[in-house]
Each structure stands twice: as C-alpha cells, then as structure tokens.
Design a protein around this ligand. Structure first.
Ligand code: GLN
Length: 484
C-alpha cells in the first residue's frame, strides 16, 4: 500500500479498492513503527488525520468529491496550520500554535487532503543537511549515517521511506531540489510568485517559494494544481491562470532543446554524480531532444550573492521574534533589553544567529553599498544569463547537487563547505526561475538528482520533460533497502 503514488491512491480511492481511513491508518502505522529511525516528522496528527479520513470516506459515499479527497500527505513544519504547532524547526517556535492556515494548507484542505503531520526541517529553513533542526537531525533512509539534505529533509526522507506519499516543501536556495536529489525523490520549486507565501514562515522573502515533493513528476503535477493560486494576501503572488499541469504530461520530446551549462560540470562535481547526469542526458537524446552547450557566465557569483541577500532578508524577517508577541520567552527577564537578548540568544540556534549577524552587518550603514547593493547587482547579472540562455533553449539541465548524501558532521565545522552544497540550485532562486530535481542514478547506492531548470512559468513543460524521463527509466521507483 505504501508504494502507491498519489495518482495510484486517487485512482484506488475512486474505485473503492480501499478507504481513506485504511490508507491513512497504514501510513500512520508506518510512521509509528519506522520514524524513530529517521526523525522525519516533528508532529504527527494521528487523531485529526483519522477523523478527516473518516469524514472524507463519508463525503465520498455521498457523491462527487474534490481530487485529493481522503488522500494522505504531510506539510513541512514551516507552513502555518490552524491549531497545530508550527515550529519551523526552532526552539523559538516550539510552543507556537498558529490561529490560521497558510494559503497552501488551506488549498490542500479545500481539495480534501488528509494531513498526517508536520515534517522536520533545518531551523528556519537555513541549512542543507537538516542538522540545524532543534528537534534533531533527520536521517537519510538510503543510509542512516548520511544526511537527507535540507532544509526540507524531513519531507524528502518521509517520502523516500514511504511514510507519506507526498509532502509540501519550500526552496529559498535549493531546499526542495537538494533534499529531493539526496533522497531519490522528485521535487519542484515553482516560479517565484506562483505559490502563495502567505502563512509560510519567512526566511528570505524575495527567494522563498513553496512547492511539491513526491515520488514522481506526475504526482508533483497533481500537487502543483492545488498549491498554485493567486493570493491577494501575498503581495508577490502573481495573478495568472493556473494551467492543469496534469494535462501536459504526454507531449513527445522531439525537438526539445536542452541547454547544458558548462559551468555546472566543472571542478567540485563528484565523478559518479557527473556520470549519472550525463547518462540521463543521453536518455533525453534518445527521447528526441537535442543537447546544446550554453554558458551562464556569472554562475560563480550566485553563492556569494545569495549569502549576502538571504541573510540580509533573514535578519529583517527574524526581528519579529522578540519574546513579546509570540514564541519563546526567556525566564525572568530583568528588563526589556535583557528580555530581547536572552530570548533571542536562547531561542535561536547557531546557524540562525550566524545569518542574523551576517545579514545585519551587510545592511548596516557603512557596508550596505559594499555588500548588499553589490549582491543585488550580481543578482541582476545572474538573471540576465538565464534570460539570454532561454533565447536558445527550452530547458536547462545539470546536476542538482555536487555529490550524493554526505555523512553527519562532514561539513559541520565549515559553514562555507555547507553553503557550496547549493552551488547549482541558488542561481534559479536569485533569478526567480522554476527548477526541479528528478532521480537519475545511484552512486554507491545513494541517489543522484538531475536538475531541470525552466523559463518563467514553464512548470507544465518541465513536468512533462521530467515525466517523459520517468516513463523511460525507473530511478524514481527505486527504494531504500527494505522500504519498498
Ligand atoms: N541551503 C540553503 C541555505 O542554507 C538554502 C536553504 C533553503 O532553500 N531554504 O540557505
């Protein structure tokens, strides 16, 4: 039962092969039995899930139902859920129970989905390994000595371990694509503005974007149909019709032009990862696509620009956590200053504090022009590289991350080594473009992801490009040993 994709589950529920209560209970039992090994959930909402599954079964018995009616899934713990703790992986929000749902959560509720719980993540979505979570690290189901990637490592690991068929996630610099790659699943970061950020706890507002994680591109299309919406409550939400992404999944790839950026195959790329990606490109040629070598000349500016802009925005966004309004408050503050200092000192973890310090520094009067303004100028050049490339090609492909999953603590003492994990994913966030990761191989039995970058609002094309690959290969069907 747990090997079923979302598409299988929807079809099975429609046929009456099983009830929502049965499938929901099955996943809850698996979480209960197995998640002690992976730590992929922060909160499991078993009772509420079974109640909404029972209600979904009743609704189905009474007539026509929305597409996700009774379908179990999970939300990353960055999305506010009415009445259910939303921690964002931080001690600061350990006690935070939002009085409202994020728009994404509401969209899934309206579509009838059953929520199994909230998944683990790096604190405030800062990280690439899930080691910064206040709730402890998530373990990669392919090798529990290795990280699942981050920040959406809980969502990715839960899907890989078949504890949920799908989950929401967010991507500020790679947090959907990199953990999807390291856990052997499929994830999509939509165009900036496609999915509402309302109720999604802010990290770096000009980069954050919610998106789907599942085992297949077909399932990501089903989820994006629900997630994407115009939302007046998010000032950067874009008012543009949402296509039915599932309708575009059967287009042949003949004539497709795939850009291969030479900068994505240079120094630092693991040879096994490179081989798997090159094999995938050969598969695309067999499917009728043409490979075109391109250049994204400002790629080397992406990581440095991101690590000025993202911390700058984070330092502003995280100033709201002051011990006064909500969240953690230190014990017995002497005065207001002591309240602020100890609340933030005790409530935030090390990486979050590092980002706040870097961000505040880059925005300070003497350094704004030297760092923040320069980073924004670099961002503009990076975006222009992509605009130029998409004059020549339909999609861009390369590796999602430089290597397969690494061991716990492997990059622990060196923040810059960790920051380089996102060397291939960050530029798309800076440009606001959509990106995907699709399983394309195994190196020493650890998954490798192929990254597909599309032009603005080309999610339908990208999903079809990914789906065609998944029709021709079976990497997305591989499971960690013993978990299929
Ligand atoms: N790893 C990157 C960071 O630490 C990206 C995180 C993300 O996309 N949320 O900022």
């Amino acid at each position: 039962m747990h090997n079923k994709t979302l598409a299988d589950i929807i079809a099975g529920l429609n046929r009456g092969d099983f009830s929502s209560v049965e499938i929901t209970r099955h996943f809850l039992d698996r979480i209960h039995q197995l998640d002690g090994q992976y730590n992929s959930f922060i909160t499991v909402t078993a009772e509420a899930a079974l109640a909404s599954a029972a209600a979904a079964d009743q609704q189905r018995a009474n007539g026509s139902v929305p597409l996700f009616c009774g379908v179990p899934m999970a939300h990353k713990d960055i999305f506010c859920t009415n009445g259910v703790r939303t921690s964002c992986g931080s001690k600061m929000l350990d006690n935070f129970v939002p009085p409202y749902d994020a728009t994404v959560v509401e969209n899934f509720a309206n579509a009838g989905a059953v929520i199994l719980g909230k998944t683990n993540m790096d604190e405030f979505a800062m990280g690439s390994s899930n080691e910064t979570s206040y709730y402890g690290p998530v373990k990669n189901p392919w090798d529990t000595n290795c990280v699942p990637g981050g920040s959406s490592g809980g969502s990715a690991a839960a899907i890989a371990a078949r504890l949920t068929p799908a989950a929401t996630a967010t991507d500020t610099g790679g947090s959907i694509r990199q953990p999807a790659a390291l856990c052997g699943i499929t994830g999509l970061k939509p165009t900036y503005g496609r999915v509402s950020r309302w109720g999604m706890i802010a990290f770096a507002s000009s980069l954050d974007q919610g998106g789907p994680m599942a085992r297949t591109a077909e399932d990501c299309a089903l989820m994006l149909n629900v997630m994407a919406s115009f939302d007046g409550k998010d000032s950067t939400s874009i008012d543009r019709p949402v296509p039915d992404y599932s309708n575009y999944l059967n287009q042949p790839l003949s004539g497709l032009k795939i850009g291969i950026p030479k900068e994505y195959f240079g120094e630092g790329l693991n040879p096994g990862t490179e081989q798997a990606v090159r094999d995938a490109l050969v598969e695309y040629e067999k499917l009728g696509a043409t490979l075109v070598e391109i250049s994204l000349p400002h790629s080397n500016l992406a990581v440095p620009a991101y690590y000025v802009i993202a911390p700058a925005e984070a330092s502003a966004n995280l100033s709201r956590f002051d011990g006064v309004r909500y969240g953690y408050r230190c014990e017995n503050p002497k005065d207001l200053r002591d309240l602020y200092m100890r609340t933030r000192g005790e409530g935030f973890g090390e990486e979050v504090k590092r980002r706040i310090l870097v961000g505040a520094y880059c925005l300070s009067a003497g350094y704004y022009d030297a760092y923040y303004r320069k980073a924004q100028q670099a961002r503009r050049l990076i975006k222009q590289d992509f605009v130029d490339a998409f004059q020549q090609v339909d999609v861009i492909m390369g590796p999602t991350s430089p290597s397969p999953a690494f061991g716990f603590g492997a990059k622990g003492n060196d923040p810059v080594a960790m920051y380089l994990e996102d060397i291939y994913t960050i530029a798309t966030n800076l440009a606001g473009l959509p990106g995907m990761s699709v399983p394309c191989g195994l190196v020493n039995n650890k998954p490798v992801g192929l990254q597909i970058i599309g032009d603005y609002f080309d999610e339908a094309l990208m999903l079809n490009v990914a789906h065609q690959f998944q029709q021709a290969t079976d990497w997305h069907q591989r499971a960690p040993e013993g978990l299929a």
